[in-house]
Design a protein around this ligand. Sequence first.
Ligand SMILES: *[C@@H]1O[C@H](CO)[C@@H](O)[C@H](O)[C@H]1NC(C)=O
Length: 295
Amino acid sequence: MAMMRSDRRGRVLWGLGRRKLALPVAILYCSLFFLAGFFGSMLFSPKGHSGEAVPRTRYMEMADDGGELLAMPHGESGDPNPHPIPFQVLSWKPRALYFPKFASAEQCEIIIKKAKTRLKPSTLALRKGETEDTTKGVRTSSGTFVSASEDSTGTLSYVEQKIARATMIPRENGEAFNILRYEIGQKYASHYDAFNPAEYGPQKSQRVASFLLYLSDVEEGGETMFPFENGANMDIGYDYQQCIGLKVKPRKGDGLLFYSLFTNGTIDPTSLHGSCPVIKGEKWVATKWIRDKKN
Ligand SMILES: *[C@@H]1O[C@H](CO)[C@@H](O)[C@H](O)[C@H]1NC(C)=O
């Protein structure tokens, strides 16, 4: 404020340079500008129908319908309105994105109900030389595959379309949903979703990315872990049963997307991941594996 008094605009404003008055007057002007700005911003902030200021989360829901965003003329296969999908980058190594509130609680419950009656112990794709006996305990969840066409409520279809929008990889590249339940103590040791041809033999198509929709909260444990995130733990002789690294705590309705391949098509070693044992509660998750070729 002392500086304002001596700059040109200051002298024009307060002309006669009455030094004793200048400082209080400057403070008064500053306060007036502040108050004008404060009330002005309230005037132009988003309002609900009842006139109260709308909290940020509610505002984003409104934007989700495209209500607050201006549409652009679109192509034949485009959408009529913008559909913002909030996301948080969790990591670049591997490329992992978190989607808060991707699906509603009600949608999650419908999916669980659909899968519940069909659960069987989860199986593994076996490497050369592996058998069901040698891999016992690696993956202890129960699960079932459900395709969107089998769900007459349209919920899986909705989720599938939204995943296609979020990834811009067509729906046809996705496998059927693998819906999994982990009870207390159940887990999935660290593994890759992509198939290394050196271990699994030649592949007709490759898994590019995985989308996990958490269908339940888990009281304790059950995190999705990335032990090699940002190159960590890669040279310690990591024990694949251990739950370390970046851990993502399941939250009902939230989505997690990560890419198993680099943009050049080779497997990203940091995409190694697993499911920590559930300690308290139950974990439900719908997994969509996305391939480089149509199914
Ligand atoms: C593919 O990309 C990764 C990450 O940029 C790089 O480390 C790797 O050497 C590349 N591999 C080939 C075969 O180009």
